[in-house]
Design a protein around this ligand. Structure first.
Ligand code: S3P
Length: 178
């Protein structure tokens, strides 16, 4: 049933999935989960450590297990890591029974929002803008292919974004707010 479906936020690093997800969950009185945080809890180590010791492959393996685990339950708001869509098994899990929201932003915004970041291993190099451009090019069709709703985060406060998301969900699933 629509109201029991997970609301899953997908989109690139720095777009605000966690911030928006937490606020959306609070607004809807739902539990909030973040796949990156659950990966860290299950591993007992943070993401930079996982990339360091196990490489991106190790991280993706852990991310897939967490994706499967979280999608098996319902009624939550779930923020995902930006690369979760790369894996077809993850896409199938997410698609099965969720309302998927793609949060989008411009390259400039993503560069700005991640400028001081030290916790995203993929951006710890001399040209993070080039990485953001490359991953966006590769992942944009995957985000768009998966999403029920696309919301641009440009020029919207978190509060306004929540209202837009609720309205967009209500437009598709009419009794959502009742
Ligand atoms: C990644 C995004 C990160 C995290 C990991 C890899 C990616 O999550 O999963 O560093 O491949 O885009 P956020 O999107 O929350 O930054």
């Amino acid at each position: 049933m629509y109201s029991e479906q997970n609301i899953v936020l997908v989109g690139p690093m720095g777009v605000g999935k966690t911030t928006i997800g937490k606020a959306l969950a609070a607004h809807l009185n739902r539990e909030f989960l973040d796949t990156d945080r659950v990966v860290e809890e299950r591993t007992g180590a943070d993401i930079p450590w996982i990339f360091d010791v196990e490489g991106e492959i190790g991280f993706r393996r852990r991310e897939e297990a967490v994706c499967k685990e979280l999608m098996a339950d319902s009624g939550r708001v779930i923020a995902t890591g930006g690369g979760i869509v790369l894996n077809e098994a993850n896409r199938a899990e997410i698609r099965r029974d969720s309302i998927v929201i793609f949060l989008s932003a411009t390259v400039d915004q993503l560069v700005e929002r991640t400028a001081k970041d030290t916790r995203r291993p993929l951006l710890q190099n001399s040209n993070p803008r080039a990485v953001i451009e490359k991953v966006l090019e590769e992942r944009l069709p995957l985000y768009q292919g998966l999403a029920d709703i696309e919301i641009s985060t440009e020029s919207s406060s978190p509060k306004h974004l929540i209202q837009r998301i609720i309205k967009a969900i209500g437009d598709i699933y009419e009794p959502f707010n009742s």
